[in-house]
Design a protein around this ligand. Structure first.
Ligand code: SIN
Ligand code: MN
Length: 248
């Protein structure tokens, strides 16, 4: 469970990094699934960054019975989300970010709410938990964030590659105004971030893979008012804390 200080960090900065939320053994199971599971192969789509590099990800809306589902419904993640959003949440989607060595593409500066507003959510009351699978370093394109940018509110987004990005001129100006933090983190760390936090990542030009699993949640007060949204707003059945290890 998060401490009051960690929740205050999230409120002030728009993100908080919790080291060691998952053990090395749990991450090893998750890594094997990220590399081998049919679910990942069958759900992979490819986004393109502004330079045309491929940024593949595997994305789904259901909480399955596999190791990914055990993480998305884990009390560690879901109860932290409830604490940060101050209410109960439901699963929005989960995705494996497949940033492979030597060429994994960039993600342009964006707010997730830039996408999810278009999905009909009335409020910016969603957040994500990025579970670090491979050590995230500057050299393999770790996430970078504009500290405190969630307080700007939702910004207009334009098409950049086939991604939605903060309008390039505004993103550039904000880069010189707000502190930029590269979120380097060890496997098993969890980065919780607000849907209006401006974030991006650079291409992976290194020999090191940078896989991460991101679970996203929406508050029950924020069910889409237009369209179908992502996952249906059903209460999450929490898994037990040792559920992941059962997939060893
Ligand atoms: C990344 O994995 O580098 C980007 C993740 C995101 O945009 O949520
Ligand atoms: Mn994002």
């Amino acid at each position: 469970m998060l401490t009051i200080d960690q929740i205050e960090d999230f409120d002030r900065d728009g993100f908080v990094l919790i080291e060691g939320m998952f053990s090395i053994d749990e991450v090893a199971i998750l890594r094997r699934a990220a590399n081998l599971a049919a679910r990942v192969r069958e759900h992979t789509v490819v986004a393109h960054d502004a330079d045309g590099n491929e940024s593949p990800l595997a994305i789904w809306r259901d909480i399955g019975e596999d190791v990914f589902g055990m993480v998305s419904a884990s009390p560690r993640v879901v109860n932290s989300m409830r604490a940060m959003l101050r209410e109960d949440v439901y699963h929005w989607h989960s995705k494996v970010m497949l940033k492979y060595p030597e060429g994994g593409g960039a993600w342009e500066w964006h707010q997730d709410y830039g996408y999810w507003y278009r999905d009909g959510c009335p409020y910016p009351r969603l957040a994500s938990a990025m579970i670090v699978i491979d050590e995230a370093m500057k050299v393999n394109g770790c996430l970078k964030v504009m500290v405190g940018s969630h307080l700007l509110g939702r910004l207009d987004h334009a098409n950049v590659g086939n991604q939605h990005g903060v309008e390039p001129e505004r993103a550039k100006a904000l880069e010189s105004r707000l502190p930029i933090q590269f979120v380097e983190a060890k496997p098993g760390s969890a980065l919780f971030f607000h849907c209006n936090l401006i974030h991006a990542s650079e291409p992976n030009l290194s020999e090191f893979s940078r896989l991460a699993y991101i679970c996203c949640y929406n508050a029950f007060s924020n069910i889409p008012i237009i369209g179908q949204g992502h996952g249906p707003p059903i209460p999450i059945q929490l898994t037990s804390d040792d559920a992941i290890l059962q997939f060893a």
